[in-house]
Each structure stands twice: as structure tokens, then as C-alpha cells.
Write a new protein. Structure first.
Length: 191
């Protein structure tokens, strides 16, 4: 009887010690998190599912399609190269990066393939694409001189904890990119 009680006591204390160590490590990592690295334009960023290389940012009055809008608009465009490292065609790149800090009046960007100047659908694995993300910029909002983007990441799991299926799942941001914005010169009629 005493041996059994001793075994339960040791197992209970071991479990408590493991739980305390796990809790302490979690608190330490949360309070001493690593800063997200800042990456320069032209450097490839491995996001897990994608490899993305930002090329530059510019403003313009014509979207990447080349078709002038019927009403005057201003677009903020970011050019980047994208390589799909997964095994399937995907368009999940649309949520891969965001303006940091977020701007409330700005809608989600439209993504274009630079080679044919049309809206991008899925990107095939192993076929890198040169792409353009275009935000329609609100008139009330001043155009930025420098654009800061936060780049997210994804991890592949063969079996997730909830449904038991495979898939790509979001993780913490892997990089911050600061791009100077080249402003298009707007020339009025007769100038």
C-alpha cells in the first residue's frame, strides 16, 4: 500500500513539475519574443508556402491592366515576384501581406499578373510569377512616401488537430518590408 501511494505521489509531483515548466516557458517566450526581421526590397522571403521577393512600390492613376478608369482614381501598386512551393495551384497569396499599420479606408488589393496585365488567379507550383498588388487609394487619405508591409507565413500539416485533414495553416509574420513609394507625376491638360 505504501509503495502504491509513493508511486502516485511521485507521478503527481512529476506532472505538476512538467506543467509548471511548460507554463514558465510559455510566459518567458511571450515576454521575450523575437522581433520580426526587417527585409530590404530584392531579398527573397520564405513564408513556408511561398517565396516572395518585393521589387518596389509606386502610385499611378491607371491600374496594371493599362485601362484608364472612367472616374479619376489613384492606385498604390507593389511589384513582387512569387513562387508557389506547394504541390497544388493556389490563390492563397491574397492574404500573404498587409499594410502595416492597417489603414481603415483602404480596401483589399487586387492582384495582377505583370506578364499579361490581367487579374491573377491561381499560381502554379514551380512557375514563378511577376505580380502587382494594387490598392485603390481613397482621395481623403494622403499617399504614403514609404510603405511598410508585414509578411505572414504558413505551415503545412499532414493532419490538423481539429479535423484530421491536411492543409496550410497561418503562422506568425516572418518579415517586415519597407518600400519607398515612387509617385507618378500627374500632368493636367494643356501642360
Amino acid at each position: 500500500m505504501r509503495q502504491r501511494l509513493f508511486a502516485f505521489l511521485v507521478a503527481g509531483l512529476g506532472g505538476l513539475a512538467a506543467a509548471a515548466a511548460s507554463f514558465a516557458m510559455t510566459v518567458y517566450e511571450a515576454s521575450n519574443s523575437r522581433p520580426t526581421p526587417t527585409v530590404a526590397a530584392g531579398e527573397p522571403i520564405d513564408t513556408g508556402r511561398w517565396v516572395i521577393t518585393f521589387r518596389g512600390a509606386r502610385t499611378g492613376s491607371v491600374p496594371p491592366t493599362g485601362t484608364e478608369p472612367s472616374q479619376p482614381k489613384t492606385f498604390l501598386m507593389v511589384e513582387f515576384d512569387l513562387d508557389n512551393r506547394s504541390a497544388a495551384t493556389s490563390n492563397a497569396f491574397a492574404s500573404m501581406f498587409d499594410i502595416d499599420p492597417p489603414i481603415t479606408d483602404v480596401q483589399a488589393p487586387a492582384f495582377y499578373l505583370a506578364r499579361d496585365k490581367w487579374i491573377a488567379s491561381g499560381v502554379h507550383p514551380g512557375i514563378p510569377e511577376h505580380m502587382i498588388a494594387a490598392w485603390e487609394w481613397p482621395k481623403a487619405q494622403p499617399l504614403p512616401q514609404d510603405l511598410r508591409l508585414v509578411v505572414g507565413s504558413q505551415i503545412y500539416k499532414r493532419r490538423d488537430n481539429l479535423y484530421g485533414g491536411s492543409g496550410w495553416f497561418d503562422r506568425d509574420p516572418v518579415a517586415i518590408v519597407a518600400l519607398p513609394v515612387k509617385t507618378e507625376m500627374v500632368v493636367g491638360p494643356g501642360q
